[in-house]
Design a protein around this ligand. Structure first.
Ligand SMILES: CC(C)(COP(=O)(O)OP(=O)(O)OC[C@H]1O[C@@H](n2cnc3c(N)ncnc32)[C@H](O)[C@@H]1OP(=O)(O)O)[C@@H](O)C(=O)NCCC(=O)NCCS
Length: 178
């Protein structure tokens, strides 16, 4: 059981009911389509997602819920595809409801999981990929000191267009000095 306390949010291990709530709550922002729509949200899929998390938790991935101080789960954040030999991984983040976005919760969640990754489990490099139109994710990564390392041009097709995928990363020593 992991629990990481921040100022406005804390991160903790997801329970089955939290996974269901996240899938129930998820709102796709049709005004700002930042990523492909995940079609087929359902309670059954949330159950399967919970089981998949357990299968790889603390080895391939470390996925935690993002909780408000009153215990409401509002999103999830993960260290994904952990490469223990090279001490690296990628990061994943989502805040379910539109009303909870742009309030600083995502930045705080990523900061907490970076601290955990670098200081508790010995990671040395954490990367993050996002699409060119996802300005919120880019802002979160820049605020935390990630460097844009590359652009995969026209890498992802959705909404009738090809979009660039941006590759960001932060090294342990860069995070330490912040
Ligand atoms: C991306 C996401 C995880 C970020 O979490 P969040 O809690 O909204 O992030 P924060 O509030 O900490 O920071 C967002 C920043 O982006 C800025 N931002 C948001 N939309 C923006 C836009 N269109 N242009 C420029 N900046 C924008 C916000 O103003 C804020 O910056 P600030 O703190 O300097 O004001 C969340 O918005 C989300 O879940 N979006 C939908 C799913 C998604 O895109 N997931 C990521 C896939 S890679």
């Amino acid at each position: 059981m992991v629990k990481l306390n921040g100022k406005n949010v804390y991160l903790a291990t997801l329970e089955r009911k939290d996974c269901k709530k996240l899938w129930d709550d998820f709102e796709y922002d049709f005004e700002a389509m930042t990523e492909p729509l995940n079609i087929g949200h359902s309670i059954e899929k949330a159950d399967k997602w919970f089981d998949e998390i357990q299968d790889v938790q603390m080895n391939k991935h470390i996925r935690l819920g993002v909780f408000l101080s009153d215990g409401t789960v509002i999103g999830d954040v993960a260290l994904q595809d952990i490469d223990w030999r090279n001490r690296s991984c990628t990061i994943g983040l989502g805040i379910s409801k539109i009303k909870d976005r742009c309030k600083g919760y995502g930045t705080e969640a990523v900061k907490l999981i970076l601290e955990y990754g670098f200081n508790n489990i010995g990671l040395e490099r954490i990367s993050a990929n996002t699409l060119e139109q996802n300005k919120a994710t880019q802002r979160v990564l820049k605020k935390l000191g990630f460097t844009l390392e590359g652009t995969e041009r026209k890498a992802v097709y959705f909404a009738g267009k090809k979009w660039d995928r941006l590759n960001y990363a932060i090294l342990r020593e860069e995070f330490k000095i912040r």
